[in-house]
Design a protein around this ligand. Structure first.
Ligand code: NAP
Length: 246
């Protein structure tokens, strides 16, 4: 049976790179998704040209109705979703107000938490019931090393308050969901892809989106009994899966 993989925010950047590798290297049927269907379809067409198995769907993770309608459509079409990659994200860190808690806008903080954390919970509330029915699921969450609470006192990253707090919230959700799913074959983990040359990472980043996808593929294809509720660094840096501290 061909695995069905849904990747959020995947018409470009890291999401597209993860989708491409899942289809090319793992033979999965990948559902590209995003809030602008025309852009998603354009990216899907590029994959179809390469003979890859792909579908396109409109999905705004911030809108519960959009999430519910997309998942209902996919359930009707395929009957199962085996892999969910929560990749969609926003990062307001470049705004100078983000560099001090005295200036950060609470509205920005709320919106960032909405997309980077709350929406991930919404996605899982829609997708995990299908995984439970099938008795199988893998959930990969794109986080960042900047969200390691243990690392904050000594790391060299900018304050980036809204972004970091939103990903800390995401990490918390991953840990708690893993606890509730313990004993099932639904494995959920988070990882940090490193600094990547995408619209978010900018042109000075040292690594490509393709390189940043490596750990996602590892977590997407974990065997039964594999780890769950963990936070991983980018494998490229260490030559294998290395856990980060929450
Ligand atoms: N680049 C890095 O260096 C880096 C480092 C660590 C972690 N990450 C994480 O990697 C993930 C992907 O980022 P990227 O670097 O590939 O950035 P990107 O090129 O800016 O891609 C972000 C994607 O998320 C989508 N998105 C944002 N809000 C959405 C929503 N409400 N519904 C659906 N899609 C939405 C964007 O779509 P629109 O075009 O419609 O906004 C876009 O497709 C993010 O979670 C980010 O935090 C990136």
């Amino acid at each position: 049976m061909q695995r069905i993989a849904l990747v959020t925010g995947s018409y470009k950047g890291l999401g597209f790179a993860i989708a491409e590798r899942l289809a090319k290297d793992e033979g999965m049927k990948v559902i590209l998704s995003g809030r602008d269907l025309a852009k998603v379809q354009e990216s899907a067409a590029r994959m179809i040209k390469d003979d890859l198995s792909v579908d396109a769907i409109e999905l705004d993770v911030d809108q519960q109705s959009s999430v519910e309608s997309a998942i209902a459509t996919l359930e009707q079409k395929y009957g199962h979703i085996d892999l969910l990659v929560n990749n969609a994200g926003v990062n307001p860190s470049y705004d100078p107000t983000e560099q001090s808690f005295l200036t950060v806008k609470t509205k920005t903080l709320g919106e960032t938490i909405n997309t980077n954390a709350t929406a991930v919970l919404t996605m899982m509330q829609s997708v995990v019931p299908l995984m439970k029915k099938a008795g199988y699921g893998r959930i990969v969450n794109v986080s960042t090393e900047m969200a390691s609470l243990r690392g904050i006192p000594t790391d060299y990253y900018p304050l980036a308050l809204s972004y970091r707090v939103s990903k800390i919230a995401l990490n918390g959700i991953v840990s708690l969901v893993a606890k509730e799913l313990a004993g099932t074959d639904i494995l959920i983990n988070a990882y940090s892809p490193g600094w990547l040359k995408t619209d978010m990472g900018g042109p000075d980043a040292p690594f490509t989106a393709h390189e940043g996808a490596e750990t996602a593929i590892y977590l997407a294809t974990l065997p039964t009994g594999g780890p769950s509720g963990k936070f991983y660094a980018e494998m490229r840096k260490f030559g294998g899966p290395i856990e980060l501290q929450w």
